[in-house]
Design a protein around this ligand. Structure first.
Ligand SMILES: [Zn+2]
Length: 225
């Protein structure tokens, strides 16, 4: 049976306590940076800041549990540093609002006026198919039904719909209609499979006037039921 003081402080060195403070500081910022770089997909319901905190606390809580050469006092310092950082950063964000954007990102407009918003192109490409799936989950059959779609900081999608009378032609989102036209010479309109731009004339071999890509599907204009 070990003495309580051994469990808490076994072999700890004062200078190492300071090192843990610095390590935690660096690790927390690194975790936050990595999550920020990864983007917010897959971090549903949690903001990046909260996620960084949970990961930091999680790993600090885990290690001393099964490593007997790791005194618990180290983990306590990790917790204190994380809480200090959390309080400090929350305070800074309250005082300087622009910091919030840097830290957690801003809400992104992903659909505007029945088309994908091109300014967000860079962010959209990696998970375009996920947006299709999110929109389908909201029973959106095609982009022509959507006036505006916003990707929130917590990873959820908020959608505003057109009035039934204002539904326009748009890019189909369900696989049965999201198909590249080939050898088709019937009536249009047609929708760019990348950005959702709709044109009337047969676009075979033509570039999209909006995004310069060259894949077209038949557009549809069914109303929401
Ligand atoms: Zn296009």
């Amino acid at each position: 049976m070990e003495r309580l003081s051994d469990v808490l402080f076994s072999g700890s060195q004062t200078e190492f306590l300071l090192e843990i403070f610095i390590r935690t500081f660096i690790m927390f910022l690194l975790v936050l940076l990595v999550l920020r770089l990864l983007g917010r997909r897959g971090v549903r319901q949690l903001t990046l800041f909260e996620m960084a905190m949970i990961i930091s606390l999680g790993s600090a809580a885990g290690d001393p549990m099964f490593q007997d050469d790791l005194p618990i006092s180290y983990a306590v310092i990790v917790f204190m540093t994380v809480v200090l950082l959390y309080k400090g950063i929350t305070w800074i964000v309250m005082k300087y609002r622009p910091m919030e954007k840097m830290l957690e990102g801003a809400a992104l407009t992903v659909v505007q006026d029945g088309m994908f918003a091109l300014e967000e192109d860079r962010d959209l490409t990696f998970s375009k198919m996920e947006f299709f799936s999110e929109l389908r989950n909201l029973s959106v059959e095609h982009l022509g039904q959507v006036r505006e779609g916003v990707l929130e900081v917590d990873g959820t999608l908020s959608v505003l719909f057109y009035e039934p009378s204002q539904v326009r032609f748009g890019l189909a989102l369900f696989p049965s209609r999201y198909r590249e036209i080939s050898g088709y010479h019937g009536p249009g309109p047609f929708a760019c499979m990348f950005c959702g731009k709709v044109i009337k004339e047969i676009p075979v071999g033509k570039e999209c006037p909006r995004c310069s890509r060259n894949r077209w599907a038949l557009a549809m204009n069914t109303q929401r039921v």
